[in-house]
Every structure is written in structure tokens, then in C-alpha cells.
Design a protein around this ligand. Sequence first.
Ligand code: HEC
Ligand code: HEC
Length: 453
Amino acid sequence: MKSIYLVSLCILFTILLTSAGIDLVNLFNYSGQSIPTYITKDNTAGNSITDEGATLGRVLFYDKSLSLNNTISCASCHLQSHGFGDSIAQSIGFEGGLTGRHSMRLINARFSNESNFFWDERVPSLEAQTTAPIQDHVEMGFSNTDGNPGIDSLFIKLENIDYYNTLFDLVYGSTVVTEARIQDALAQFIRSIQSFDSPYDVGVSLVNGNINAPFPNFSADENAGKTLYMTPPGGPNGGAGCNRCHQAPEFDIAPNSQNNNVIGVAGTPGGIDLTNTRSPSLRGMFDAEGNQLGPFMHNGALGTLEAVINHYNDIDWNPAINPTLDVRLRGPGGPAVNGQNLNLTQLEKDQLLAFLQTLSGSAIYTDEKFSDPFESNGSLNLDESTEVAEVKVLGRLNVSNVPSVVQNNEVLVVQNDGTISKTNNTVRVSETNDTLFMGSQWIIVPGLSNANQ
Ligand code: HEC
Ligand code: HEC
């Protein structure tokens, strides 16, 4: 018979920390967020989100220690209030240098068919992406060039920070920092940044997932904009054809997209860059107050969505300069000389814009679980401080005394009369000798992993 050794019952007085920080007793729910049934695209591939992993990812994302001179974090260029993108066309790196491209919004990065990341799709996965900025000579500086150290020295730096000892141990059962561990945790956090509280999502749910039906919660203009978005150009009822590449209901980029004739280089007048074939999801382009979160495109060349719509309305194509323009933008009815001309009226442009606004939700920009856990002085509080007031050895308990077999993430509470119950508090229960925290009581249960089977 399986048994649990309940060695110590400690009545403890938890020092409650009221500030920002990480509550290790009650981790945020990253792993079990609900995803609408009509959302089917997912680039997760083998690195599933756990609450522990995404929590570590959140700390890494907001930690300026990831830059060589402790001035820049991922969030310096990927601002929560700005859809996890940046308001300036070129972001500022650790030594004041400017990035070569515009920072990308990260909302719903998980939900795409395209699994290559960056505007030019140069990395094969989100995991591979996450440590690229750390090693970039402009962005965070562990570049192994210009006399600067490589990323190996970051691993040692992080191993000497107490909160990473706690967090890496929590996630990986060991304090060792490796590139793969950083990548998995950051990718889990980024994939958890999901937003499905938009008017569009309300609409889909009201028409049983038939996204081409008029949405009852939409205005006439928003529904007209939706039809324009979904309908390919050409013919008497031709639309704007956006859905050919930014595909509903995720609004991720079609993997086969080529460039869209935005071919300039940020900060380099006359520069040409034909390699940009990826776009962030078109969800999350407006904040909760309705402000546009531009500028848009890889070079930030289009400051507003009005400018974006005008760009697609009349693509000014020179095949000699841009031989790889996507064929879909070369004009309705086959290759055209001058590029697509949609001939949208002002009313149609307004309707398309109104529709694009319905794709944004509101909670994501302020949700605490995606926010900065650091204090303004750069310190991080991990709420695990405890003080043991009394230790009492209770002896050996039988699993049959427990209400049902102990599962992961369940906490045993020993009542004053010695009976045992479970609470809904969630903690990690994975290893022998784990310490369980539960508000005002604390039990140490060696061998609990046996009871998990
Ligand atoms: C100095 C600004 C800066 C910093 C710091 C920065 N990024 Fe970025 N990020 C960018 C820019 C610019 C791009 C687009 C670069 C490109 O495509 O060439 C980008 C692209 C990305 C993408 C690709 C999104 C997509 O849809 O393809 C991800 C993911 C990302 N960053 C995550 C991170 C993480 C994680 C960190 C911290 C380890 C980080 N960034 C640090 C500016 C920054
Ligand atoms: C042939 C495929 C294709 C079609 C059709 C298309 N796009 Fe794009 N779109 C792209 C690509 C590729 C990018 C990234 C280009 C870049 O930055 O260089 C992009 C970028 C964008 C961006 C910028 C996103 C950001 O985060 O900065 C917006 C907005 C956009 N498209 C809206 C539209 C709208 C609206 C339509 C319809 C009128 C449309 N697109 C039609 C391929 C397409």
C-alpha cells in the first residue's frame, strides 16, 4: 500500500508581501487559459506551457540583467501597453543603438501556421528566436563581438542571482542555467500572451463559428468592412482581399506570403529590403481606448492603418526593383504591370478600418500576469518567505486517509484534529521532499511523488 510520511507539520506565519513580485504559492494560470474552439492554429510543438515555466519566462522577459549593462529588457522594446510592440519605428538597444527593424507586437504569437519568426522568418521557431536579441550586438549585447562576452557569460550571471536559483529549481529541478532552459521559458511566456476578448470573438460566438455570416454585434459598417476583408479583389463585387494572407480567425500570416511591396529600410533612405514576408497577427492593433498601436510594417514606414489601407489600395510596383512581390498583390486577374489597385471608395476604406478595430481586445494591455514583476529599484520579490513557529512530527499516514489520491497541484491540509483535506490552492507537487505552501500552514511530505501515480 502506498503511504505518505507526513514528517512535519509546521504552523507558520507567512510574511505577506504586498508589492509587485511573484507569488510562488499561487502562480498565475498560464497553462489553462481558455482558447476559443474556432482557434485551431498552434505553433507550440513540444514545449507546452506550464505555470512555472511561463512564470520564469515572465521574469526573464522583464529583467534588465539580460542585457550586458543591465539597462534593457525584452519589455523595453515589447511594451505591454503597446501590444508588446514599440511605439517608435526603431527601438533603442543597450548602448543607445537603433534596431534595424521595427519591434513586432507579440499578441497571439502562438496561434499561427507560420512557425518561422522575425519579419524575414530567419529563425525556425519561437524558442530559437528568444535568445537572438540577447546575442544581438545592438539589442542586448551578449554578442561575442566588439570585445563583448558571449551568451555563456549570461548563464553564469543568472546563476549568481538568488531569484533565478529559486525559479530555475522550481521549473527544472536544478539551478543550472542553459540556453535551452531560457528559450523554453521565454517561449512559454510569449505563447501565453493571448487575447480573445475582442468584438470579433463575440461575433464569431454569436454565429456558431460561421465567420462569413454577418455578426449581430457589429455595426453595418463593421460587417461591410468584414466582407471587404474576406473577399478577394476583382470583378464587380471584389473586396480588399486581406484574408488571402492575414487569415481569419487567427489573422496570422499565410506561410507562403512573399513581400507586400513595403521594401524600404528603417533609417536608411533609398535602402531596399525584399526579405520581409511575415507579419504579426492583425489582432491587437488597437489598445483598449481605441488608439492605434503603430507604426506598422518592418520599417515602421506606415504610421497609421489609414496609410496601410492606402498602401494596399494602390500598390505602386516596379518589377525591376521588386521582383519578388507576392503574386496576389500584382493585380486582380493575373500579373499586372503596376500592382494591385483596389479602387476602394473612402466609405469602403472607413469600413475596412472599422473592421480592423474589431480584432482587438482590451484585457491584455493591463493583465497583471503579463506585467512587470520588478520593483522600480530593480529588485524582485518572491513571495515564499516563511517563518516556522512550531514543528510537530505526526508520524506515518496512509493514502487511504486522504480524500482521494493526491494529484499534481493539489495541497494537503492537515486540520487541527489531524484529519486531512485538500484545498484548491495550487502549488507544484512533483518531487520527493517537496515543500508545500498553503497560506497559514505548511506540510513537508517526502515521498509524495509516489502518491501521485
Ligand atoms: C532593442 C529592442 C529589442 C529587444 C531588447 C528585444 N526585442 Fe524582440 N524584437 C525587436 C525587433 C526590432 C524585432 C524584429 C526584428 C527583425 O525581424 O529583424 C523583434 C522581434 C521579436 C520577436 C519575433 C516576433 C514574430 O512574430 O516573429 C519575438 C518573439 C521577440 N522579438 C521576442 C523578444 C524577446 C524574448 C526578447 C528578450 C530576450 C526581445 N525580443 C528583446 C526588438 C527588440
Ligand atoms: C500577399 C499577402 C498579403 C496581403 C494580400 C495583405 N497583406 Fe498585409 N502584410 C503582408 C506582409 C508580408 C506583411 C509584412 C510586411 C512588412 O512589414 O514588410 C504585412 C503587413 C501588414 C500590416 C502590418 C502589421 C504590423 O504589425 O506592423 C498590416 C496592418 C497589414 N498587413 C494589413 C493588411 C490589410 C488591411 C490587407 C488588405 C487590404 C492586407 N494586409 C493584405 C502580406 C499581405
